[in-house]
Design a protein around this ligand. Sequence first.
Ligand code: MN
Length: 340
Amino acid sequence: MKAIQVEKVGKLEIVDIPVPAVTDPRDVLVKVTSASVCASDLGIFRGSNSLARYPAVIGHEYAGVVESAGGLAAAVKPGDLVAVDPVRSCGRCFSCLAGRQNVCLNLRVSGVHLPGGFSEYVVAPGDRCHRLDPGKIPPDLACLVEPYSIGVQVNRRAGVEKGDRVLVIGSGPAGLCVLADAKARGAVVVSADLIESRLRAAEEFGADRTVNAAREDLAVAVADFTGGAGMPVVIDSACTLESFPQSLELASPAGRVVVMGNLDQPSPVAQVSITKKELTVIGTRLNNRRFPEAIDGMERGVYSPGKLRTHSFHFTKIAEAFDLIMNHPELVRKVVLTFD
Ligand code: MN
């Protein structure tokens, strides 16, 4: 079978490798039908992901059809269309026993530490494979369950409820998934970005107000929108060194600030910027068994996955997809890779 492998930093290859064998009776073999490209895939390629190992078959956003299932993989059967949760946890550690398996002490992620879904076949635990109704979610969009699960996770972490006023900084694909899920929960959402076309996307995804922070002072816009109080919920999907301290500034007293970034360099943050408003600063990582909620949102039509995908490429054209994402962020929401 063919797979997309990052050989080492900066070197991408289509390799021919054996179809993986199902050795654990709880596992299934999935024939991949679609996979979407994430900024973190580019991070592995460019060497900015400190957790990545090389060579690596990448891709953590993928779906496919179950080809064969081990005897103990009870939840799915051959022929099922499934979205595959890339999180692999041990089930025994402090985090897993606390119900927080997405921060498992022995966490491994398919597409980062384990073979990923940019591959014609992949082996996955049966309980990480979530059945979809192909009449409601076409196989070529089923890979988008994973990005939407991130939106669910972020809003769950923030406790977003009907009527909450939420600022989403960044209107790239992650920001759009957070926005879509916040709107599904009944929140009032302000979306910010520096790129005008991304703000048009935020409008399509239901943003109540958009702010181009390249042209408009975001602090003034937030003050206008909230009568000077600041935003009760701020979600930072921009994830730059500056956006974290800025998020703290933009939050209202008693506000909640969600940090999505994985930078390992410090941002300048004064302790008083958290204490003076008694902020709650919340980390979020991957998803904590949110696939059923994300699938429900897609099947009920409250998200618009067809608007999230802007481009499709056959998976063997991955280099072209990477070039497009790197050089034209203003044109791209999600790139979906298709398989034969
Ligand atoms: Mn991703």
